[in-house]
Design a protein around this ligand. Structure first.
Ligand code: ATP
Length: 217
């Protein structure tokens, strides 16, 4: 069971998946809240009966998964609908993520939360916050290269997220992902070693004999 949780965050396209894959190569268990959200809304997903009860059958595709395009339209036009969707999904994501963290068998867990800085509740579940940071221009370039979004749409998404400064202020550690992928791997390795040390200190439980000696001195 892993008790030490490193929360990993960063803006859209900053490199969270790339970085978490590098941590996984060191044997670290990665718990990704985006992956959990997709599972909950996949065909047969646990959240689907609640979402259909709340929004009607039109937000589900014929295979029973969430129709993301239909749902996006609903929440885009109606902020209250977004809140209703989040009220269903967020507690489920939180429960499943924490269960996965506590049952993980690595020295520490990497908990990937894109909106960690923006969402109350996540920060206090993390022992440490790691930010994947990059220049806005790099971020926009990577988002555009990966999807069919134009620059205006990419900028509009960035505008809905915390600013780079807000994220930096909340972070204990920062990975500069303007660097190439080789430098990135080296930085991850350094942080991995540090996290092993932090986790060991936190999980250290003195034996009864040592506790007695400490109490006597
Ligand atoms: P999202 O917010 O959409 O989930 P993300 O933060 O997980 O994205 P990635 O998917 O890891 O970001 O990276 C976005 C794109 O940028 C990918 O195509 C990835 O290959 C590329 N990329 C990430 N880091 C680097 C890097 N250091 N050098 C070059 N390309 C990179």
């Amino acid at each position: 069971m892993s008790a030490y949780v490193v929360g990993l965050t960063g803006g859209i396209g900053s490199g969270k998946t790339t970085v978490s894959n590098l941590f996984a190569t060191h044997g670290t268990v990665v718990v990704d809240t985006d992956v959990i959200a997709h599972q909950l809304t996949a065909p047969g997903g646990e959240a689907m009966p609640y979402i259909i009860a709340e929004f009607g059958p039109n937000v589900a595709s014929s295979n029973g998964a969430l129709d993301r395009a239909a749902m996006r339209q609903r929440v885009f036009a109606d902020p209250a609908a977004r809140q209703r969707l989040e009220a269903i999904l967020h507690p489920m994501i939180g429960d499943q993520a924490m269960q996965a963290c506590t049952s993980a068998h690595s020295a520490y867990v990497l908990l990937v939360v894109p909106l960690l800085v923006e969402t109350r509740g996540w920060k206090k579940r993390c022992d440490r916050i790691l930010l994947v940071d990059c220049d806005e221009a790099t971020q926009i370039g990577r988002v555009m290269a990966r999807s069919n979004l134009g620059e205006t749409e990419a900028r509009a998404i960035l505008a809905t997220q915390a600013s780079r400064q807000e994220r930096q202020a909340a972070a204990d550690d920062i990975i500069d992902n303007d660097l190439g992928k080789l430098e990135l791997a080296a930085r991850v390795e350094t942080l991995h070693r540090a996290y092993l040390g932090y986790a060991k200190s936190k999980n250290f439980k003195p034996s009864v004999e040592i506790s007695r000696q400490i109490a006597q001195n």
